[in-house]
Design a protein around this ligand. Structure first.
Ligand code: 5IU
Length: 273
């Protein structure tokens, strides 16, 4: 299994290259997911976890006091701590509409988010729409090939079609949100092999202390995700920041470091070091 650094040197997608370089430089495959509704909490958590993260995942539409200053501060933290930004927008509409949702509105996601994601449900036109905005800016797109939730419909032929859509759009699609490596998935008999591709697999549903959240979320450990399933980045939210109404800065820092160490240990095991 190749190293993150080796993959960075050879990756054709600019955003994937940036992410792999950051992972290699900081020795962390941890993406922290920050689902909180107050700007002050959002920025405080990111400042605490930034040193341990290669990527910070946001849902800016849940922030009640969102403003342009939040984006400026987020970008400053991204520079200060050397992490990329991933707005987990999960676009799902027709090409024209998603191009407007990505570029415009209150949030202007494409102007600050290095990476975003989309449901493959509308078919390849969703990639065309998003690429018309994101490609000139050097952004990267992840397709949702699978989900971590109980009863997810993104399985079987749906997942295979998602991978085929990505293969046909490698200049903009850098990888997947999925629960396992996608090498060979959807490759038809006699069809092209997947040898030439290097999709990044970013995986939510990661926790060390509990197996679920009572709302359908299912957690696996960093080792299960990185070693057993061959994924590249662990996405961790509440396992790190706990209850946003009772933030404990020392504990947030400690948990981020704990997940970073577990994720890196698993990666070293995977590459045989
Ligand atoms: N998320 C999932 N599962 C998925 C997808 C996205 O949990 O399949 I696609 C998001 C939802 C949340 C974060 O923003 O990842 C996980 O947060 P917790 O670690 O707090 O469960």
């Amino acid at each position: 299994m190749r190293t993150y650094g080796h993959r960075a040197n050879n990756h054709p997608n600019a955003a994937a290259r940036q992410l792999l370089e950051t992972i290699d430089r900081k020795k962390t495959n941890l993406c922290v997911s920050v689902d909180v509704t107050r700007k002050a909490d959002f920025l405080a958590i990111i400042d605490l976890v930034g040193p341990f993260s290669c990527l910070v995942k946001t849902h800016v539409d849940i922030i009640e006091d969102f403003d342009h200053d939040l984006i400026e501060q987020l970008q400053a933290l991204s520079k200060k701590h050397d992490f990329l930004i991933f707005e987990d927008r999960k676009f799902a509409d027709i090409g024209n509409t998603v191009s407007l949702q990505y570029s415009s509105g209150v949030h202007k996601i494409a102007s600050w988010s290095h990476i975003t994601n989309a449901h493959p449900v509308p078919g390849p036109s969703i990639i065309t729409g998003l690429a018309s905005v994101g490609k000139p800016l050097g952004r990267g797109l992840l397709l949702l090939a699978e989900m971590s939730t109980k009863g997810s419909l993104a399985v079987g032929s749906y997942t295979e079609e998602a991978v085929r859509m990505a293969r046909a759009n490698k200049d903009f699609v850098m990888g997947f949100i999925a629960q396992r490596r996608m090498d060979g998935v959807g490759v038809q008999e006699g069809g092209n092999s997947a040898e030439e591709e290097d999709f990044l697999i970013l995986t939510p549903g990661v926790g060390l202390d509990v197996r679920g959240d009572g709302m359908g979320q299912q957690y696996r450990t960093p080792r299960e995700v990185i070693v057993e399933s061959g994924c590249d980045v662990i996405i961790v939210g509440r396992g790190i920041y706990g209850n946003p109404k009772a933030l404990d800065a020392d504990n947030v820092r400690r948990q981020a470091e704990r997940y970073m160490k577990e994720g890196w240990k698993a990666y070293l095991e995977r590459i045989g070091e």
